[in-house]
Ligand binder design. Structure first.
Ligand SMILES: C[S@@+](CC[C@H](N)C(=O)[O-])C[C@H]1O[C@@H](n2cnc3c(N)ncnc32)[C@H](O)[C@@H]1O
Length: 351
């Protein structure tokens, strides 16, 4: 049985944002969705209640290790199979478990599909070499593999690379080269690419409260990994090449602080930069994202959620003076002859 044909769910974030009662109501109206609710949101379902195709699919999924059975109830096993931009991806199912923070780290969030949406695939030369830094489960690398001749994807985490390997096999993309290395190691090789993508997931944490990804070397504003990539682009991009980067950037009411650094880096390296500010969250009005960060730290480090929240909030609003967070996509290109410049398109409240 080709199990993945049964398992692909729509974007997991839709389901993880849906309250459990919403799923219960859905299943009550349409019992055939019961297995889908387990696959999408780890909602327990009674195996004995599944009939016909759903029963057959459940048996196949159990045999494949994608479901586990506990006292007659089916639950997700370690991995979840999702579809992002039409790409089938295995991701870590742990964030769906009860008690997990609402800020899942391992899978692609909304920002990776957003970045893919910005990639000008018609500009990718036939047979081009592409690079995805901090690839995680490999979503952006697999997206690039549809359009480029050769793709290199790097990430130092063995767990994430294992997922990326699984996803490469699922997509049958042999031309995707996966390497266990940090961004610094990749940049030090001196290779050049026509397209570069990076969604490093950066977030500011106060000293002594380390987040799980990058935080140790990310600096107080969390942007160390992004600076590292931006500073290397002049050497990393082939003439005519383009880099697509995305991050949540701290800023004040007017703009993200990082734009000053970005404009300088673009000028120094002769790059043309377009910045798309897709969304802005005001931390004074909406505590959700800061609570999410604090919950993640509390979950990882076993500390108190409320204390973690107060520290994260003080760090943003006090130390950094960051009243807002901007969801940004940064497109930097090496265009022969074009003078360097930076344009900012504010898409959440008009240009
Ligand atoms: C947000 S996740 C990856 C998201 C991924 N680009 C996607 O689209 O799904 C950030 C990744 O950075 C990786 N990472 C952590 N430290 C790193 C480093 N020093 N160099 C490169 N990647 C790193 C983590 O292993 C993790 O997979």
């Amino acid at each position: 049985m080709r199990v993945h044909k049964y398992v692909l769910s729509p974007q997991r974030y839709f389901t993880s944002c849906l309250p459990a009662s919403g799923l219960d109501a859905l299943v009550a109206r349409a019992p055939l969705t019961e297995l889908a609710a387990t696959l999408m949101a780890d909602r327990p379902c009674r195996r004995a209640a599944l009939a016909g195709l759903a029963g057959e699919a459940a048996a196949g999924l159990l045999a494949a290790g994608l479901l586990r059975e506990e006292a007659g109830q089916l639950r997700l096993a370690e991995l979840q199979l999702v579809s992002v931009q039409g790409i089938a991806l295995f991701i870590d199912a742990a964030p769906l478990r009860a008690g997990a923070p609402i800020y899942p780290v391992p899978g692609p969030g909304l920002s990776s599909p957003l970045l893919a949406h910005h990639i000008d695939v018609d500009r990718i030369p036939r047979g081009a070499a592409a690079l995805d830094l901090a690839t995680g489960p490999g979503m952006l690398a697999l997206f690039l593999a549809r359009h480029a001749g050769r793709v290199v994807a790097t990430d130092p985490s063995p767990e994430r690379l294992q997922l990326a390997e699984l996803n490469r096999a699922l997509a049958r993309r042999d031309a995707l080269e996966l390497r266990a290395e940090t961004t610094a190691a990749t940049l030090a090789r001196g290779e050049r690419f026509a397209v570069v993508t990076c969604n490093p997931w950066v977030a500011p944490f106060p000293a002594g409260l380390a987040g799980p990804v990058y935080a140790a070397e990310a600096g107080a504003d969390g942007l160390g990994p992004l600076r590292e990539v931006v500073a290397a682009l002049g050497d990393l991009l082939l003439p005519g090449g383009t880099a697509y980067l995305t991050a949540d950037l701290p800023g004040d009411d007017g703009k993200p602080f990082f734009l000053t650094d970005l404009e300088r880096a673009a000028a120094e390296q002769g790059l043309v930069a377009d910045v798309y500010l897709e969304d802005r969250v005001d931390h004074r009005l909406n505590h959700g994202p800061l609570r999410g960060l604090a919950n993640l730290v509390a979950f990882e480090q076993g500390c108190d959620r409320h204390q973690a929240f107060e520290r994260v909030k003080d760090h943003h609003l006090g130390t950094l003076g960051a009243t807002c967070r901007y969801q940004a996509v940064m497109v930097l290109a090496r265009r022969g002859g074009a003078a360097s410049r930076m344009r900012v398109l504010n898409r959440f409240q008009g240009a």
